[in-house]
Design a binder for this molecule. Structure first.
Ligand SMILES: C[S@@+](CC[C@H](N)C(=O)[O-])C[C@H]1O[C@@H](n2cnc3c(N)ncnc32)[C@H](O)[C@@H]1O
Length: 311
């Protein structure tokens, strides 16, 4: 097994570009002249399907679940053990159990950001004849790379069938975190990411208003980073404009990881926790609906059984 750690996405993006890999979530890229640019400006698709002579291998997008080996599905483990090359963000490669990394021929990891170049690297390796797994936390269809992979395959003039593209689902953070909090997501739920890297903040605000104005429980992904403090503050203001300050809120940091931390608080207290350690890039926040309550240190959102049955 060989390990290939990249900071320059060498085969597919401009050589002079290096991801800063901080926790900004803003994915600023730094050029060799020292100037900062948005990553999307720098990442470009390089090769096309015509550049490859080999019979393509397989490409599989694998969701790891929350992070601990027990949280990974059997199907994900089997897909990773079968893969010749495993491609992913450095943190996720580091989360893989030894039995998987030792079995792979090559590991290719890049720091935070660089999603486009990392995904293209995985596709190019598959088009070059290797069986490749591209990994991510949770599920590949939740704010992750499964759609991007299909878009890039198409832009290369290839097809999904050519690389036998498959998605292996994983347990998303909403569900891992919900399980640690009791039963907060048992009824209709909306997920919203506060990352404005790809979606402009006014659009995120509009989505927050819509969700908070209806009776959904709300899952907040990407709640905070040093460069996005204002997004978190704005989110708290919008939620409070629609919901009672006593609304229960669950906060889970690092579900299934060594630094896992769980807290149940109220919407009125949430904004003040923005600077606390529990809220960062690896935190998911679950905001109850108007029926959610806290019982015995657990969040409970009734499904409605009590309206039909006596118990
Ligand atoms: C780019 S999204 C990826 C989501 C992932 N695909 C999923 O299905 O959960 C990253 C966000 O997921 C959430 N997240 C990922 N892993 C987590 C964990 N172990 N504990 C709590 N939240 C997590 C955080 O909100 C983080 O900012």
């Amino acid at each position: 097994m060989s390990t290939d750690t990249n900071t320059t996405a060498e085969t597919t993006t401009e050589q002079a570009t290096e991801s800063t890999g901080d926790d900004s979530g803003g994915c600023t890229a730094k050029s060799s002249d020292g100037s900062s640019k948005q990553e999307s400006v720098d990442e470009k698709i390089g090769s096309t399907v015509d550049d490859f002579d080999a019979d393509p291998g397989q490409l599989t997008a694998v969701g790891l679940g929350p992070g601990h080996p027990e949280g990974m599905t059997q199907r994900a483990r089997a897909a990773l053990l079968e893969a010749e090359h495993i491609v992913g963000y450095t943190t996720y490669i580091e989360l893989l159990p030894d039995e998987i990394t030792e079995e792979a021929d090559e590991l290719y990891d890049t720091p935070m950001c660089g999603e486009v170049s990392r995904t293209e690297e995985a596709i190019d390796r598959a088009l070059a004849g290797n069986d490749v797994a591209i990994i991510g936390s949770g599920d590949p269809n939740v704010y992750a790379l499964s759609g991007l992979a299909l878009e890039i395959i198409e832009s290369k003039g290839a097809t999904a069938s050519m690389v036998d593209y498959e998605v292996v689902p994983g347990v998303p953070a909403a569900q891992s975190c919900s399980a640690l909090l009791g039963a907060p997501l048992v009824n209709d739920t909306v997920s919203i990411s506060l990352s404005d890297h790809l979606v402009p903040m006014p659009e995120i605000e509009s989505r927050l208003h819509s969700a908070a104005g209806e009776s959904f429980t709300i899952v907040i992904y990407n709640p905070w980073s040093r460069k996005r403090r204002e997004n978190f503050q704005k989110c708290c203001e919008i939620l409070l404009a629609h919901r009672d300050p006593d609304t229960p809120v669950g906060i889970v940091h690092g579900a299934g990881r060594e630094d896992e931390e769980v807290m149940i608080t109220t919407l009125g207290e949430l904004e003040a926790l923005g600077e606390a350690e529990i809220i960062d890039m690896t935190t998911t926040i679950l905001v109850g609906n108007e029926e959610t309550y806290v019982w015995d240190d657990r969040m409970v959102t009734p499904r409605g059984y009590e309206t039909k049955y006596d118990y």
